[in-house]
Design a protein around this ligand. Structure first.
Ligand code: AMP
Length: 217
């Protein structure tokens, strides 16, 4: 089974992608994470991408594709894929379709996590990431006294550099202009869930959406 997970920044895609990929044993392809890995590793594509990521802009399509291709093996295609944060432009969506066609595979589910702008902004500017275990914490889940330490592993909690209010505004603008039109592209295939609920409730809805039709492979 292959899944595309759509939603604005802050909708909870990353958190839910981890759960769904484990539940259905899918290879998780999170383009934001892949790009951050290239950036922190100081690779040539990472250096190119960093300018865009820091400015809250989308990274050029070719660069994102190259990184995806470099991270996908034939075994991954056989196992099934879960895309998180990709596609983000119509061009990416069209190219992804071509990739699936050439692999003789289908996108079985397009899941969309929706949430209001006010919720998205609040979540993004308040979220923290553990430097050691990379778990993501929202305002409600990060507390471990006032120590600023991860309650799971004790690592230091940090803020993503692009989670500052200015960059968040730009990211949401990019989403509206370039990513939202993808919902029309996928049309009736899109299964929408309410992203304003708790993590567990959103997971339940997503699983119900995945199980909702007979195409389950
Ligand atoms: P995310 O972790 O999904 O919020 O992504 C962080 C940043 O990485 C975005 O603001 C973009 O700059 C970049 N990015 C991630 N995925 C894509 C993509 N599919 N296309 C273009 N840029 C992307």
């Amino acid at each position: 089974m292959n899944i595309v997970l759509l939603g604005a920044p802050g909708a909870g895609k990353g958190t839910q992608a981890v759960v769904l990929s484990q539940q259905y044993n899918l290879k998780l392809v999170g383009t934001g994470d892949l790009l951050r890995k290239e950036i922190s590793g100081g690779s040539a594509p990472g250096l190119k991408a960093s300018v865009f990521v820091e400015a809250g802009q989308l990274v050029p399509d070719e660069l994102v594709f190259d990184i995806i291709q470099d991270n996908l093996t034939d075994t991954d295609w056989e196992r099934g894929l879960l895309f998180d944060g990709f596609p983000r432009t119509l061009n990416q969506a069209e190219k992804l379709d071509k990739m699936f066609t050439s692999q003789r595979k289908n996108i079985d589910r397009v899941l969309f996590i929706s949430a209001d702008n006010a919720i998205l902004v609040d979540r993004l500017v308040n979220r923290r990431i553990c430097q050691s275990c990379l778990r993501v914490f929202g305002r409600e889940t990060q507390s471990n006294g006032s120590s600023g330490k991860c309650k799971i592993c004790g690592g230091v909690l940090t803020k993503r550099p692009d989670d500052n209010p200015e960059t968040v505004k730009k990211r949401l603008q990019e989403y509206k202009e370039k990513t939202e039109p993808i919902l029309r592209y996928y049309g009736g295939k899109v299964l929408r869930v309410d992203g304003s609920l708790t993590i567990q409730d959103v997971t339940k809805q997503l699983i119900a959406a995945v199980e909702s039709s007979s195409i389950h492979q």
